[in-house]
Write a protein that binds this ligand. Structure first.
Ligand code: ADP
Ligand code: MG
Length: 678
């Protein structure tokens, strides 16, 4: 019934129907759920409390004959005096010549409009005869386009409500409504359109926020479950004893969060389902360590493992640390774009012949020429840089390994469970003990000299520094030019005692490698770089990170850069050089100096930037909610997530009659019906 065309509502004809269609309203249900985008509040205040230039509503008696003046083509100005609390107020109305006939001296009217405190004048945008008190004070304002008016929608909704309200069924179980003190569905729809007061409006919004999140979570979790059960991965029979020994031999004890994540991953490896898991944790929280253990487990099961990373620098670094870590227990090879000729051929052969156990590399890993013999586990570092496309290529190659995505960009939990709703998520939310927090300072550009002196002092104490050069938006080329100039300057300043190095994305990879090696060996003390060092690079002796033009970076990116220091024993420092003009920029700098927690930072970033921006619009896959807001309502999202889990695990969705309506909504969803997301 509610799925009938909107023209079945009395008073909606062909023409209005088309107008509504263009707003995306096709069915009666669409109309009922076309909630106002905002509300006008007609609250009558005493004249003494009105503010200049504010939109206000006042009530008064017409005390002068409205006078109408025409000017220009079809333009008019109607003015009259109103007596409001013994004061004469002038009311001006543009292009409403018809109102002249409706307004007579002695009429009581309520007018809304912009208030001019100096002239005691109101420019009326809306008027109504009679007292405002008889009217609802909160008026819906709908998003409009085409030639449908706000009033037409109001009327259409009112009619639809009286005509079809019996068909609007409750979908949430009564127990949930009582537990969360949520209004019923019909009542909530009414209050969304025509709220009695702010309080009930708030509850109506709360209800639909929860309803939307719960439906969303039920669908995502259902999809995830189906995906798991329909894709047959391989069940890796790893050797638990050997893995335990490997963990024992590590130079540190795993944190509780690492152990928990590792257990989740190992369980996935062993299960016959294909792992599709996101491992997230702040910079330096020890994700790579967990990844290494997982790779080792795959080897003990007789499989090959691959580690894909976004940059060559990172690939080389991981290659080195894994080679050391595995020593004679596994053969680790490196495959990047710059491994060429004979060497490349040899490595490809080793991979195909399974002589290579662990393959570390960049995108090069998923090219046509690479043939894995028996790939059991793929770990993708920094998954937000890898993207959906690479996952598809892997699948198209006929490879169905378990896949673990790692990200050091701490995606707020709310977003992770939303955007990656069809993935399992493990979170390392704890830092290894004994880590010193990086001290962060924000300085203005005129303090650069002191910053440079500070670097010298740290270098004299045996430490090293990164200097991230100014960022020029959208121009890789100019960034590099900047880096080169800064490099020349610093070289001059610090010569001859201190060696300065240069790193940027366009350097030939053997040079990059050499620079990184020199920096790691402390042959270079000050490394000038573009943001290529942002991810993963690990030089524990570096204790200073200076970031030029810091206001141009997002919080998460600044945090990534800051994460390059504070990796060793020494106290480390991050110095943000910035003269932000706007408030948001200043706010960013302040937050950076105050917050060391990456998760908190990315929540803040999300608030400053909005979710679409956070992931890049296209890839986000973040659904549009009518009422709910992922950032502000994250608590409700978390509640809904847990409820959905309970509902699915207990089987209530299919069995408990209380859930019948909810189940229908879930199973009728296009995505749920049409299998997978990607
Ligand atoms: P991430 O990949 O999350 O940035 P890494 O795994 O690279 O973090 O770890 C950062 C540093 O901390 C490395 O030098 C690593 O050896 C060390 N580390 C990892 N886990 C622990 C732990 N539980 N205790 C102490 N140090 C650890
Ligand atoms: Mg890492």
């Amino acid at each position: 019934m509610l799925n009938d065309p909107v023209t079945n509502v009395k008073g909606i004809g062909e023409k209005l129907g088309q107008g509504l269609n263009s707003l995306g309203i096709h069915t009666i249900e669409d109309l009922l759920f076309y909630f106002p985008s905002r509300y006008d509040v007609y609250e009558i205040k005493p004249l003494s409390e009105l503010l200049h230039n504010d939109k206000v509503t006042i009530e008064g008696e017409v005390i002068s004959e409205p006078s109408l003046a025409f000017y220009g083509k079809r333009k008019s100005r109607l003015s009259f005096n109103l007596q409001v609390e013994h004061v004469t107020v002038k009311a001006v109305m543009f292009n409403r010549s018809f109102a002249k006939k409706q307004l007579q001296v002695g009429d009581l009217v309520t007018v809304t409009g912009k208030w001019d405190q100096h002239r005691l004048q109101i420019t009326v945008s809306n008027y109504k005869k009679g007292s405002a008190k008889s009217d609802a004070k909160i008026q819906p304002v709908y998003a409009l386009k085409s030639d449908v008016s706000n009033l037409q929608i109001k009327k259409a909704v009112t009619t639809a409500l009286s005509q079809f309200q019996d068909s609007l069924q409750e979908i949430l179980p009564q127990d949930y409504l009582s537990a969360y003190k949520l209004p019923g569905r019909l009542e909530a729809v009414k209050q969304m359109h025509f709220p009695d007061n702010h309080q009930v409006l708030k509850h109506a919004r709360r209800r639909f926020t929860y309803e939307e999140f719960l439906l969303f979570q039920l669908k995502m979790q259902l999809l995830r479950k189906r995906k798991r059960e329909s894709t047959h991965g391989n069940s890796l029979e790893y050797e638990k004893g050997a893995v335990d020994e490997f963990v024992e031999r590590l130079p540190f004890r795993l944190t509780a969060a690492q152990i928990r994540s590792l257990e989740e991953i190992l369980k996935d490896l062993q299960s016959p389902y294909r792992m599709n898991r996101l491992l997230q944790g702040d910079v330096g929280s020890g994700k790579t360590a967990v990844a290494a253990i997982a790779l080792y487990a795959a080897i003990t099961a007789g499989k090959q493992g691959a580690l894909m990373v976004p940059t060559e620098i990172l690939a080389e670094q991981h290659f080195q640390s894994l080679t050391e870590l595995f020593a004679d227990q596994a053969t680790v090879v490196l495959l990047t774009g710059s491994v060429k000729g004979k060497r490349r051929k040899q490595i490809l052969q080793e991979i195909a012949a399974k002589k290579a156990d662990i393959i570390v590399g960049t995108h090069a890993l998923i090219q046509d020429e690479v043939h894995f013999r028996d790939l059991g586990l793929v770990i993708v570092d920094e998954q937000h840089r890898f993207g959906v496309e690479q996952r598809r290529i892997l699948r198209d190659k006929g490879l169905h390994p378990d896949v673990l995505f790692m990200t050091a960009t701490p995606i707020p939990r709310t977003l992770a469970i939303t955007a990656f709703g069809d993935m399992d998520v493990s979170i390392i939310d704890e830092m290894p003990s004994g880590r010193k927090q990086v001290e962060t300072y924000w300085v203005k550009e005129n303090m650069l000299d002191r910053v440079l002196q500070f670097i010298q002092k740290e270098v004299d104490n045996g430490h090293q520094a990164y200097v991230i050069c100014p960022l020029i938006e959208e121009s890789d080329k100019l960034d590099i030019q900047n880096a080169v100039e800064l490099y020349e300057q610093l070289k001059e300043i610090y010569a001859p005692k201190t060696n300065v190095g240069l790193m940027h994305g366009r350097l030939p990879s053997d040079e990059k490698e050499e620079v990184m090696r020199d920096f790691a060996a402390n042959d270079i003390q000050v490394l000038v770089s573009t943001t290529v060092v942002e991810v993963g690079v690990n030089v524990p002796n570096a204790s200073v990170m200076v970031i030029y033009d810091a206001e141009r970076f997002g919080l998460s990116q600044l945090h990534q850069l800051r994460g390059r220091v504070g990796r060793g024993e020494a106290q480390s420092y991050c110095i943000l050089v910035a003269d932000p003009k706007g408030e948001v920029g200043k706010e960013r700098m302040k937050i950076m100096t105050e917050t060391a927690n990456g998760f908190e930072l990315s929540e803040e970033d999300l608030k400053l930037r909005g979710p679409g921006d956070f992931f890049g619009k296209k890839q986000s896959g973040i659904p549009e909610f009518r009422v709910a807001d992922m950032v502000h309502d994250y608590r409700a999202l978390e509640t809904a997530r847990m409820d959905a889990q309970k509902i699915l695990e207990s089987g209530s969705l299919d069995e408990d009659p209380q859930f019948k309506q909810l189940a229908m909504q879930v199973y009728n969803d296009k995505i749920v019906k049409g299998e997978t997301l990607d």
